[in-house]
Design a protein around this ligand. Structure first.
Ligand code: SAH
Length: 397
């Protein structure tokens, strides 16, 4: 096996000895031998002690992933087969469920292969490659899936762009083609899924526990505002739980997508509002007209710019919460969510706390969520647990 040796800087040696999987550019002495993504790399310390074996692939701030900490390992077919088999066997209970037919079966570094995720949609598999580097192992990975599980068809998304943008091309890979839409279930609520329609397929599977809690505990006879609503996922669960919902998203497609999701769930879209508008414009309107909601769900992207506003979760979450407090009723609940990986739960709670202090309101955090079990994470890479969700109850004085 041809492999390129990377010497880890002294101050980073312990990090990799402790199993940190992401190969940081600044952690290695030189990257000049990294020529072709997918090439195998061996990490050593300055005394030539083996630290790990992985591959070269540019993704966010990393230039590859360590896949093994054993010096004898080789990244061959058996290696990928074993990782996949292990991940699949951990998801057995998910395969048995009749109420939920979509979930994650392989979660990158949390399952031992950084740069690759695999989602299951009722017999169809969706593979997402996060760099050209991991894509180089495609043949072995697909061969292993075929050997391990029966499937209807497979689709793939290539997010080779360093910012994780999806290349716009046909996503079909092999097997049968999925119907458009493909209807899947999550806790018996249906989702219309489009596996071959650009970057997003119609649902973010990591929010299942949050959606279920909203439906079961926060919706009956409530007015619920779902912001950044996309396909109306939270709205459907709230509506199923007995709420009257308002969904707001800037993108025109959200109107059709949300209406479709309501229809397949026998929810009458005419009894709910679906607004296509910039949320920050709507905030002004709602405040002026003294409109208030019992529950407001905030699930913004990490970054967003429109002609009317610009939002960065790390910079603006506090202000987003302050604006939300103004349109939430006394004793109301704000569900604040973020998938931004540049800050952790402690910092997120600080944003919330500052927003309430500046708004001169009291609050109580009544529920807290991070990634669900199928989104496996490793304690060697805490930033992989990117999802942070807080249920915040406003206390009226
Ligand atoms: N909450 C959604 C996922 C949100 S994806 C879910 O549960 O599935 C982010 C969404 O934010 C996109 O649909 C995008 O169109 C929307 N968006 C971005 N900027 C916005 C803005 N300023 N106002 C309203 N929606 C916005």
């Amino acid at each position: 096996m041809i492999e390129t040796t990377l010497v880890v800087k002294k101050e980073f040696t312990n990090k990799y000895k402790n199993g940190y999987p992401l190969i940081l550019k600044e952690a290695v002495e030189s990257t000049k031998d990294l020529k072709k993504e997918g090439q195998i790399v061996k990490l050593i310390d300055k005394k030539n002690v083996f630290l790990g074996r992985g591959y070269y692939g540019n993704q966010n701030k990393g230039c590859g992933w360590v896949l093994s900490n054993s010096s004898k390992s080789s990244l061959d077919y058996k290696f990928f087969y074993d990782k996949l088999r292990n991940a699949l066997s951990k998801r057995k209970e998910f395969y048995y469920s009749k109420d939920t037919t979509a979930f994650r079966v392989f979660n990158g570094e949390g399952d031992g292969i950084g740069g690759l995720t695999i989602d299951y949609f009722d017999g169809f598999y969706l593979l997402t490659w996060y760099s050209l580097g991991i894509y180089a192992f495609k043949d072995n990975i697909i061969k292993a899936i075929k050997a391990l599980v029966p499937f209807h068809g497979m689709y793939e998304k290539k997010r080779f762009d360093e910012n994780g943008m999806v290349l716009d091309e046909d996503s079909y890979l092999t097997g049968r083609k999925a119907p458009e839409p493909l209807i899947v279930k999550e806790n018996n609520v249906k989702f219309a899924i489009y596996l071959n329609d650009g970057a997003m397929v119609g649902v973010f599977l990591d929010q299942k526990e949050v959606r279920n809690s909203i439906k079961n505990k926060y919706s009956n006879n409530k007015s619920v505002l779902n912001t950044f609503s996309y396909t109306g996922a939270f709205s459907m669960f709230a509506a199923k739980g007995g709420a009257t919902t308002t969904s707001i998203d800037l993108a025109k497609r959200s109107l059709d997508k949300t209406t479709e999701n309501f229809n397949i769930n026998d929810i009458d879209p005419n009894k709910h509002s679906i607004i296509v508008e910039d949320l920050f414009v709507y905030f002004k309107y709602a405040k002026k007209n003294n409109i208030k909601y019992d529950v407001v769900i905030l699930d913004p992207p990490s970054f967003a710019t429109s002609s009317e506003s610009s939002f960065s979760a790390a910079r603006d979450y506090k202000d987003l919460v302050k604006k939300t407090i103004e349109i939430t009723s006394d004793e109301g609940v704000i569900v604040a969510s973020t998938n931004c990986s540049t800050f952790n739960m402690i910092k997120f709670k600080k944003f919330i706390d500052e927003a309430f202090i500046e708004s001169k309101k009291l609050y109580e955090i009544v529920e807290e969520y991070q990634l669900p079990k199928d989104f496996a994470v490793t304690d060697k890479f805490p930033e992989g647990n990117y999802l942070k969700v807080l249920f915040i109850k406003i206390i009226s004085k």
